[in-house]
Structures are given as structure tokens and as C-alpha cells.
Design a protein around this ligand. Structure first.
Ligand SMILES: Cc1cc2nc3c(=O)[nH]c(=O)nc-3n(C[C@H](O)[C@H](O)[C@H](O)COP(=O)(O)OP(=O)(O)OC[C@H]3O[C@@H](n4cnc5c(N)ncnc54)[C@H](O)[C@@H]3O)c2cc1C
Length: 207
């Protein structure tokens, strides 16, 4: 992991030895919130070249970029969405997953929350004998606080990692590795993601 003023790089090695790496950075201008023009291949290459200039020649990111298959580059924007307070259903239509609580990726919980939603929604429908209105209301009540906490933790971690304030950036740079090496971060993460998980880990009836 590499953290410096506003830049953040992580990489993962797959079990066949392939490497995936991600560079997350502050753009010079806000990315467009709609339209595909920004995200075409030629812009992806241009963006990579301009980002590489931010790093000294000795930085390993240059080696990663040179080894990268250019056809497998992805370039996309990250947006924070405020949690909706006005329910997630209208009539017979009920939302779950990213459609009602899309999150920034910093805590890697988007898919997990969508799965929890699905279990919660199924359980509520069963409890209310498939009467949608009470089931949808209970589902929203069950899921709102948990998803808001997770979405906010991703937001605050993102703000910390990308802060261009030299003091905050210095703290993030020093604190990040210490928190990862010590058990503090793991314990906090386990508490939120496992102990506070509102979905029973026991198999559902009939399984
Ligand atoms: C690069 C990246 C890395 C991620 N890493 C992680 C991670 O490590 N851990 C984690 O938990 N989460 C991760 N996520 C988040 C996770 O992928 C999402 O939170 C999750 O996929 C949300 O599931 P969903 O079912 O709500 O939506 P989606 O997976 O987006 O499913 C929606 C589906 O609806 C389809 N669709 C859209 N419009 C229509 C239409 N009009 N008609 C028919 N079909 C339509 C789409 O094609 C899509 O298949 C990551 C996301 C990204 C982009």
C-alpha cells in the first residue's frame, strides 16, 4: 500500500500470480457524473500517462504500468452518494444493493451489503406472509442504520486516504501501516462487519 498527499495505491496478487493494482487519486477537475465520453479507452491511456507523472521515476508504479496489458486498463470515477431517508420502496417496487445505498469502495462492502439486503428482504417477506408494505417497511428499518454506517466508514476512510492537507496526510501515512499491522483495525472491522452483522449466519429454514 502506498499513501501520499491525495494519492493511494494498492495491489493484490491473485492465486495464479497475476497482479491487480489500483491507483486512486484526486482528479484535476471533477469527473462528469453522466455520459460515457470520459471513460473511453483513449482517455484511459491519457489519464494513466498523466497520473504516472505524479510519481518519481524510481517509484514501482512505473514498472506496474509498463508490465500492464493496456487492453485491461480500467478508468472510472468514484462518487459519494448520500443515504436516502425517504424509504427504498414505492408500491410493489423495492430497491436493494447499490440501487439504494451505492458506496465508495474503501471498505470493500458493497456486494456484502447487497447480499445482506437480499436475506433481510426475504426474511421480512416471509414474516409478513408476503404482504409487501409491512415487509418493505421492516426491511428498510432493519437495513438503514447498518448500511449508513458502512457507507460512511468508506467515505471517511476515503477522505483520510486522499486528504491533501499535509498534516492529515502525514497522519494517514504513518497511522495506516501501524493500524494494519496491529490488531486495532482488524478488531474494529470484525466488530462492524461480523458482530454487528444484522443477518443471522445460521442457515435459513429448510436448508
Ligand atoms: C471495481 C470494483 C470493485 C469492487 N470491490 C468490491 C469488494 O471487494 N467487495 C465488495 O463487497 N464489493 C465490491 N464492489 C461493489 C460491488 O460490486 C457492488 O456493491 C455490488 O455488485 C452491488 O450489487 P447489486 O446487485 O446491488 O448491483 P449490480 O451488481 O450492479 O447489479 C445490477 C445489475 O442490474 C443490471 N441492470 C442495470 N440496469 C438494468 C436494466 N434497465 N434492465 C435490466 N438489468 C439492468 C446490471 O447490468 C447489473 O447486472 C466493487 C465494485 C467495483 C466497481
Amino acid at each position: 500500500m502506498y499513501i501520499d498527499r491525495g494519492d493511494f495505491i494498492t495491489c493484490q496478487i491473485g492465486n495464479k500470480g497475476e497482479m491487480m493494482w489500483v491507483a486512486t487519486y484526486h482528479p484535476d477537475a471533477p469527473p462528469p457524473a453522466s455520459g460515457d465520453v470520459e471513460w473511453i479507452e483513449v482517455n484511459t491511456k491519457r489519464e494513466l500517462q498523466s497520473q504516472l507523472k505524479r510519481f518519481p521515476k524510481s517509484h514501482p508504479v512505473h514498472e506496474c504500468a509498463a508490465a500492464n496489458n493496456k487492453k485491461r486498463l480500467l478508468h472510472f470515477g468514484l462518487y459519494y452518494r448520500q443515504h436516502r431517508r425517504d424509504g427504498w420502496h414505492r408500491g410493489r417496487i423495492c430497491l436493494l444493493g447499490d440501487s439504494c445505498h451505492a458506496t465508495l469502495p474503501y471498505v470493500g462492502q458493497g456486494a456484502n451489503m447487497a447480499i445482506e439486503d437480499a436475506v433481510s428482504l426475504a426474511t421480512c417477506l416471509e414474516k409478513h406472509h408476503f404482504f409487501m408494505e409491512p415487509a418493505f417497511q421492516e426491511y428498510y428499518k432493519q437495513r438503514y442504520d447498518r448500511t449508513r454506517r458502512v457507507v460512511n466508514s468508506a467515505r471517511y476512510l476515503g477522505l483520510l486516504l486522499h486528504s491533501q492537507n499535509p498534516v492529515i496526510s502525514f497522519i494517514a501515512k504513518r497511522l495506516g501501516p501501524v493500524m494494519i499491522q496491529s490488531n486495532v483495525l482488524m478488531t474494529m472491522t470484525e466488530n462492524e462487519f461480523y458482530n454487528k452483522c444484522p443477518i443471522s449466519m445460521k442457515p435459513l429454514k429448510g436448508e
